[in-house]
Design a protein around this ligand. Structure first.
Ligand code: HEC
Ligand code: HEC
Length: 209
């Protein structure tokens, strides 16, 4: 709810002309907020909240949690949404995601008390994100379920390497990804498709290359 209120603040402060009284009032909440927003603003608000990092990750469960990069992630990257995992994207994708975040942070400097990382901190942060990023496969063995794996498991991040986990570990991860699809409002898969993907991952995690 706190995040929603902050986003409401973003929408209101960002879209209303300065002369409009709404720009200077404090962030409204609940029904009051809905009335104050136009349809376009409500659409923007809903659009901005889709596929946000899912809640649940805690700072001490980050990889290398005592590294400065991990501490900065838990300091700067929780100001508008839940703590993002560095494994949420591959190393190739983090620079462009980070660029979008810097743009927002810079635009909001001073507004709503946003803390701004310095240039040196930004490069440390990006370094941390890319060095703990989701690992991609060098090659994928043929097998039943490969097409569904490729299609489904690249919807939110790069296609992950099946060797990241062993066959007995994959069921829990696939279940968490199904939950991510639900929480991030990304279209999900039927239980049959999930089973096929799991079968492929378990086969490919142990396949000789
Ligand atoms: C000023 C508010 C703000 C801050 C601070 C912020 N974000 Fe975001 N973030 C957003 C908004 C708004 C979205 C949804 C729109 C979008 O995806 O660009 C988002 C979406 C995301 C997403 C999901 C979209 C995707 O491409 O996967 C990730 C991951 C993310 N942020 C990572 C970060 C990281 C890492 C940091 C810290 C360096 C950070 N954010 C700091 C506002 C913020
Ligand atoms: C709705 C978006 C979404 C889809 C679709 C998705 N993931 Fe993820 N994935 C995430 C997010 C968010 C994270 C980081 C948080 C986490 O680990 O839950 C992640 C992280 C991962 C990780 C690194 C973390 C770990 O436990 O090793 C792996 C591996 C992974 N995903 C595999 C998959 C597979 C396999 C599929 C297809 C069944 C899939 N993902 C589909 C959102 C998604």
């Amino acid at each position: 709810m706190k995040q929603l209120a902050l986003l409401l603040g973003l929408v209101i402060l960002g879209c209303r002309p300065a002369s409009n009284e709404q720009a200077s009032v404090s962030v409204p909440s609940g029904a009051e907020a809905n009335q104050a927003l136009s349809v376009q603003e409500r659409r923007l608000l809903v659009a901005a909240t889709i596929a946000l990092p899912p809640a649940g990750l805690t700072p001490d469960s980050l990889p290398d949690p005592t590294q400065p990069g991990a501490r900065m992630l838990a300091q700067y990257c929780v100001q508008c949404h839940a703590l993002p995992s560095p494994a949420m994207h591959g190393a190739v994708d983090w620079p462009s995601v980070a660029r979008r975040m810097w743009a927002r942070i810079d635009k909001m400097r001073g507004d709503l008390g946003i803390a701004t990382p310095s240039m040196a901190e930004r490069s440390q942060l990006l370094n941390y994100l890319t060095s703990h990023a989701l690992r991609v496969p060098e090659n994928l063995p043929a097998g039943a379920g490969r097409a569904q794996f490729e299609e489904t498991c690249s919807r939110c991040h790069v296609l992950p390497d099946p060797r990241i986990h062993s066959a007995p570990d994959w069921p829990v991860v696939v279940m968490r990804m199904e939950r991510n699809m639900e929480r991030m409002k990304v279209s999900g898969v039927t239980p049959e498709v999930a089973q096929r993907i799991l079968g492929y991952l378990q086969m490919a995690s142990a396949a000789p290359r």
